[in-house]
Design a protein around this ligand. Structure first.
Ligand code: ADP
Ligand code: ZN
Length: 295
């Protein structure tokens, strides 16, 4: 059986076909331009592919409230044409199959729980640190939606004493995304993350911020695995720095060997690598097929 997967991002939309074991057999990347034209290309890719269901993990904020007429739309985005765009309804007009629908980061957390670093666990969080910061939450075997959906990229953060950067989030002065996203690093230091040497003070500050966010997530949610992905986390030397920051924030208060002795296996890179989002969308498609709900 074959399933469709759509990872809808602000710069590109990745479409894939995969099987029930999480293997992606075919994929294509489409630039996110004006919605009608972009979705047309997505539809062309899936045409005649005979998928049983399609899962969509989308950039947001999105509407996940099944009772709302706006269910399945992207709500507020500065991306031209995409604000209030009913992406799911448009796709459903093209393909009469069950659809799964969630945020890109919830999808990634779910995919990691199915086939990746959190395989076999009933909880994990997935934080992507890239152009933006997003936090997907998978708890007790389910993706967390709540009132709207979690927005862990915008949690308020205590500033580093040496940080004079104004912040890169247009909404909040001192939020995680505003202080620690890829663009925040670039604006603060005048160089892209990839251009900064490992010894640069940027990384100590970055670990300070991500370590705070992870410690807070551990205290609030108690996830069984913390997965850090996105472009900035290509800097592998950040992992031990973040692990140390988390321990220094928690000060041994949370009694678990995973935080005390085995933190290098607790805060980890995605097991699915760059495929976490797409595999997550695939997992949503399989879930939709299994529950056969017209979502
Ligand atoms: P997006 O978030 O747009 O889907 P990425 O996760 O690749 O894409 O994030 C892009 C951001 O990550 C940019 O701000 C870029 O500077 C930064 N980035 C990408 N690769 C690296 C790297 N190897 N080291 C540090 N920063 C990186
Ligand atoms: Zn913010």
């Amino acid at each position: 059986m074959r399933f469709g997967a759509i990872e809808a991002g602000g710069t590109k939309i990745v479409c894939g076909i995969g099987n029930a074991e999480g293997k992606i057999e075919e994929r294509i990347s489409i630039a996110t331009e004006e919605p009608r034209q972009t979705i047309q290309k997505v539809a062309e890719f899936f045409n005649n592919k005979n998928v049983e269901a399609i899962g969509v993990g989308s950039f947001g904020p999105i509407n996940l409230d099944r009772g709302s007429p706006a269910y399945g739309s992207i709500t507020t985005t500065p991306k031209p044409g995409w604000s209030n765009y009913p992406i799911l309804a448009v796709l459903k007009q093209e393909f009469n199959v069950p659809f799964g629908w969630d945020t890109d980061v919830n999808a990634a957390a779910y995919g990691e729980s199915m086939w990746g670093a959190a395989k076999g666990l009933d909880s994990c969080i997935y934080i992507t640190i890239g152009t933006g910061i997003g936090m997907g939450i998978y708890m007790e075997g389910k993706s967390v939606h709540g009132l709207v959906h979690p927005e862990g990229g915008h949690i308020l953060i205590r500033r580093h004493s040496e940080d004079e950067f104004a912040g890169a989030c247009p909404y909040h002065q001192d939020c995680l995304e505003g202080l620690a996203s890829g663009p925040a690093i670039e604006k603060r230091w005048g160089l892209k993350g990839i251009e900064l040497p490992n010894s640069h003070p940027a990384w100590e500050m970055e670990a300070y911020y991500i370590g705070q966010a992870v410690a807070n997530a551990v205290l609030m949610l108690s996830p069984k695995k913390v997965i850090l992905g996105g472009g900035v986390m290509q800097q592998k030397h950040l992992f031990p720095m973040i692990q140390r920051e988390v321990q220094s924030n928690l000060k041994g208060y949370v009694h678990s060997e995973h935080l005390l002795e085995k933190i290098d296996q607790y805060i980890v890179k995605p097991g699915l690598g760059d495929n976490a989002g797409l595999c997550g969308a695939l997992a949503l498609g399989i879930q939709a097929y299994e529950s056969r709900q017209d979502q």
